[in-house]
Design a binder for this molecule. Sequence first.
Ligand code: PLP
Length: 410
Amino acid sequence: MLPFSPPHIHQDIIDEVVATLRSGWITTGPRTKQFEKDLTAYCGNKATICLNSATAGLEIMLRWFGVGPGDEVIVPAYTYSATANVVMHCGATPVFCDVNPDDFNINPEEIRKKITAKTKVVMPVDFAGFPCDYHAINALVASAEIKALFAANNEQQKQLGRILILADAAHSIGAMMNGMRTGSLTDVSVFSFHAVKNLTTAEGGAVALNLPAPFDNEAVYKYLCIATLHGQNKDALAKMQKGNWRYDIIEPGYKCNMTDIMAAIGLVELRRYESEILPKRKQITAWYNELLGQTQWAQLPVSNTANRTSSWHLYPLRIRGIDEATRDRIMQDIFDRDVSVNMHFIPLPLLKFYHEQGYRMEDYPQAYANYACEISLPLYEDLSREQVEQVAQAVIRAVELNARPGIPKI
Ligand SMILES: *Cc1c(COP(=O)(O)O)cnc(C)c1O
């Protein structure tokens, strides 16, 4: 069985993890701090904090901005549940927004329609690694008409004076828009280093701060170090310094710091990211485009436009003209041919919890249309050209055999 997304464990990763284990320091310490510096240098943003997940990073930033009961946060209907779950954790209301027909990302015009005086944050998701239209999204929240609606009710909200853009960049580290990398495209971006993501630390995430003046991003970084470590005014490394044992708790903080063992993996992966990981992902995407682009039914994913390039995290193939049941049959047939595929994502209104909250799929027709005909193909560094051909053949055979007669045969 060809797996969907196995981890690639390089000898350098093993060596760096072993060196960390032997170093006498395994939790947040020098390697985590180095990884944060390297990420900031790579992405071109202002400061970065590493945490144990993207989910923790998204939630802590909502809380930093003071999001709570009565507030609204706009999220795409088409995303992984973590994007909306963190809004629920804060007691605020997720407002779902429909997506684009071409690239699966949140539709800026739909965002405009969803903004109210209660909107505090918009959380765009760079689906499959392709950056959202931050040009349009940043301009929208900075426009006089939308700013006039914004009701600031704490210090952070007053300083920003508008809706915060908190990008769920779980898929998109290394992706670019107008020559700039994700992390530097909007106010705050949150990366995931989960095992299946492009750059992994097994579990992990990072908050890339890029707040405009008058924010002091370094000061926000220092506050976040405390807020994500019990609210303690010194971290474990500082407390270990000679005679420096006394600490204080300045707020009832969370506990979601990154360990140096995780950072050890990340340091090695980031060094290989531009030179090895991204080029291979781009190559595999090009192979699929070449092999599937010959059919009439394949709608290839958008990963490269005049001003934006993807991080090639997923290959979300769409099959023209099929319904959901046919897609499911095609997926089963592909599995029966010993190729693992996947589906990204089941739109939030179709999930039990969100359905029970009253969200309805018919209100997000494009999200449903994208979902009903989507199949994600394996995309990872260790795939060979032969394996990509094997996947493409399995997909082509499965579509030919299972698609309704309306689908043109190739
Ligand atoms: C993976 C993922 C997350 C969550 O990342 P974690 O690091 O597992 O918390 C959030 N949003 C999207 C779109 C994801 O794919």
